[in-house]
Design a protein around this ligand. Structure first.
Ligand code: CA
Length: 263
C-alpha cells in the first residue's frame, strides 16, 4: 500500500544493524511498504554513510561492531545532522534507552518488536521532522552566496543547476565559510568547527579539504549558464574566505550560437 504521506519520493531509510536475521526481514518489509532502504552492518561505516547520504530517517541498533549505536548517534549530532534516529535496543538494556535518547536519538524500540510498531514509530518520526522543517526558525538552514545554495537540514548544496557531491568534512567547511561569507575564517576556527578540535587535525588535512572543495566548485558543469563565481581565497597564514564575483563578462543580449533546438 502506498503511504499516506504526500511526498513524491519514497522515504529514504538507512538501517544500521549487524544481525542479518533481524535486518533482512525488516528491510524487505519496509521496501514492501514503499521505503527505500540502505542497510549497513558496521558502526563507523554507518556513520560515514549517514553523514554523506541524504536519508530521511535512520534506524540504528545499539550493539554494533566498530562503533556502538550511542557513539554513532553522538557523533552524528556533533556533525550537525538533524536526521531523525530510531534506536533499537535489547529488552534487558533499560539504561541504554535513556543513554540513547541523551545521545540524540529521537525514539527507541526494544527488541523484539512487531513490524507494525516499527512502522508506526517511523511514521511518527517522519511526521515530526517534516513539521519541524516547515517551521519558520529553520531559515538559517538555507544559506546562499551568489549561485551557490545550501540546505543544511537536508545536507544538500547546489551550484547553479548542479548538486555538489561533497564529503562530510568538505560540506561542513563550505557551510562554515558560507555562514561567514566575505570574511576570513581562521584555521583554528575551521579546526574547531569542522573537526571538533584543533588538536585532532593536522594543517595538511585542512589544506587537503580546502583543495578538494575548490576542485568540486571548479568542476561544476554550469550547463551553459553564466553564473556568479564562488571561490575560496587563501589569506596566507590566517585562513580562508569565501567570495562571490559577478559572472565573467556579463554578455550582451544576443542569440546563443551553440543551440538550435527551436528548429
Ligand atoms: Ca546488533
Amino acid at each position: 500500500m502506498p503511504s499516506t504521506s504526500a511526498s513524491l519520493s519514497p522515504e529514504q531509510v538507512l538501517f544500521i544493524e549487524d544481525e542479518a536475521d533481524v535486518a533482512g526481514p525488516i528491510k524487505r518489509g519496509l521496501e514492501e511498504e514503499g521505503y527505500r532502504v540502505s542497510w549497513t552492518t558496521e558502526g563507523e561505516e554507518g556513520l560515514a554513510e549517514a553523514l554523506s547520504g541524504s536519508y530521511d530517517i535512520l534506524i540504528v541498533d545499539w550493539r554494533l561492531p566498530g562503533m556502538d549505536g550511542r557513539t554513532l548517534i553522538e557523533r552524528l549530532r556533533r556533525e550537525g545532522s538533524p536526521t531523525p534516529v530510531l534506536m533499537l535496543t535489547a529488552l534487558q538494556d533499560v539504561d541504554h534507552r535513556v543513554a540513547g535518547l541523551d545521545a540524540g536519538a529521537d525514539d527507541y524500540l526494544t527488541k523484539p518488536f512487531s513490524f507494525e510498531e516499527l512502522l508506526a514509530r517511523l511514521r511518527a518520526l517522519t511526521r515530526r521532522s517534516s513539521r519541524d522543517s516547515s517551521s519558520p526558525d529553520t531559515q538559517k538552514t538555507h544559506l546562499k552566496a551568489g549561485a551557490l545554495t545550501m540546505d543544511t537540514a537536508r545536507r544538500a548544496a547546489r551550484y547553479g543547476p548542479s548538486p555538489l557531491d561533497l564529503r562530510p568534512k568538505a560540506f561542513r567547511l563550505l557551510e562554515l565559510l558560507l555562514r561567514q561569507k566575505g570574511t576570513v575564517v581562521t584555521r583554528t576556527t575551521i579546526a574547531e568547527r569542522v573537526w571538533g578540535s584543533p588538536y585532532d587535525v593536522t594543517a595538511n588535512a585542512i589544506d587537503v579539504t580546502v583543495s578538494s572543495l575548490r576542485q568540486v566548485l571548479q568542476s561544476v558543469d554550469l550547463a551553459g549558464e553564466s553564473l556568479t563565481t564562488v571561490s575560496i581565497e587563501t589569506e596566507r597564514g590566517v585562513g580562508y574566505r569565501l567570495t562571490v564575483s559577478p559572472p565573467p563578462g556579463d554578455p550582451p543580449q544576443e542569440a546563443s550560437p551553440t543551440t538550435s533546438d527551436s528548429d
